[in-house]
Design a protein around this ligand. Sequence first.
Ligand SMILES: Cc1ncc(COP(=O)(O)O)c(C=O)c1O
Length: 393
Amino acid sequence: MPALANRLHTLPAYPFAVISQRVAQLNAAGLDVINLDVGSPDMPPPVHAIETLASSAAASGKHGYSGYRGTANFRAAVADYYANRFGITIDPNTQVLPLLGSKEGIVNLSLAYIDDGDVALVPGIGYPAYAMGALMAGGQPHYIPVTEEAGFLPDLDALEARGLPANSKLLWVNYPNNPTGAVASFAFYERAVQFCKRHNLLLASDNPYVDVTYDGYIAHSALEAPDALEHAIEFISFSKTYNMAGWRLGAAVGSAEAISALLQVKSNMDSGHFTPIYDAGISAFKQTDRDWLAERNAVYENRRDLLLEVMPSLGLRPYKPTGALYLWGKVMIPGLDGAQYVELALNEAHVSMAPGAIYGPDGTAYVRMSVCVPDARLDEAVDRLSRWSQRMK
Ligand SMILES: Cc1ncc(COP(=O)(O)O)c(C=O)c1O
């Protein structure tokens, strides 16, 4: 066999691929592992999206290539969503691009902007694809410290005072945040856009949890900030908003220049989605009311509250999430870091969690648990973890 490309030597295996392989091995050995690791919604998508998929797939004329920019109707539906949800006017022809899930867009944006020696500014705790995308493109992530005290928001003033690394190109932000559940104010986005404008960066706002929020909180889009349509691109996703993670549908919205750069990469790499998926996405946007989202979010909120209550007795200090699908807890047991805690919980309680270190250097003391498991399984997980932590004391 030929030698692997150099990029595979610098690119680590994707953390969740490693975790799921480990869980599969334990399952194969006959153990029933409860998965609190990945954020794959357990509840069904809106019924109209499924019906539209079926009727569209049965229609003729829907089975050919759908075009590199997706269908015009889908792009218009994305623009309508931004108008109705955030009051922002988006040009569906130049400022919207459908994605095969937002992860794809994140990595391809990196290929569009990052060369050898270039730098992506990445929060010290964040979704792994920001750093992986930079590495895959031959560049480097530069981690900006984030702390619980500062609400897991990067301190842009401190970064400016220290000086940015040479050849910085992208600034990644993600609120409501995976893994912490932290949210960002409009003022934060205003500052972030102006920061990017001053430093000739593209603000990349990864926003798949914008409609998964708790306690009545309504999350912002980065594109609401002045000048954002010149200096920012945002990624939205049907995975979490409409429980459609397996459908692989998302969109990039924002700067026409960035959208065009992303299209240049993508049109050389993929040929768009199956048209019925776009049709189902339109139906999800247009026919899902706020009540459906509120009821779905209330189920997650109850699960969140259960975990918040029990975490201290498991040796974890929780950060109360305002959005997204996770409980982020600092390990308070002396001598144990997040990875060691996760390993023990997996081996001894047969509950799988994500170690904080996979989200970056500021995450090592933490673990992440997902609320994407049916209530009865979550109760069972809490039971197992409680019995395990009693044995540890
Ligand atoms: C912050 C964040 N961005 C992007 C994604 C990728 O989502 P998608 O299913 O749209 O690719 C995830 C998935 O968990 C995520 O948590």
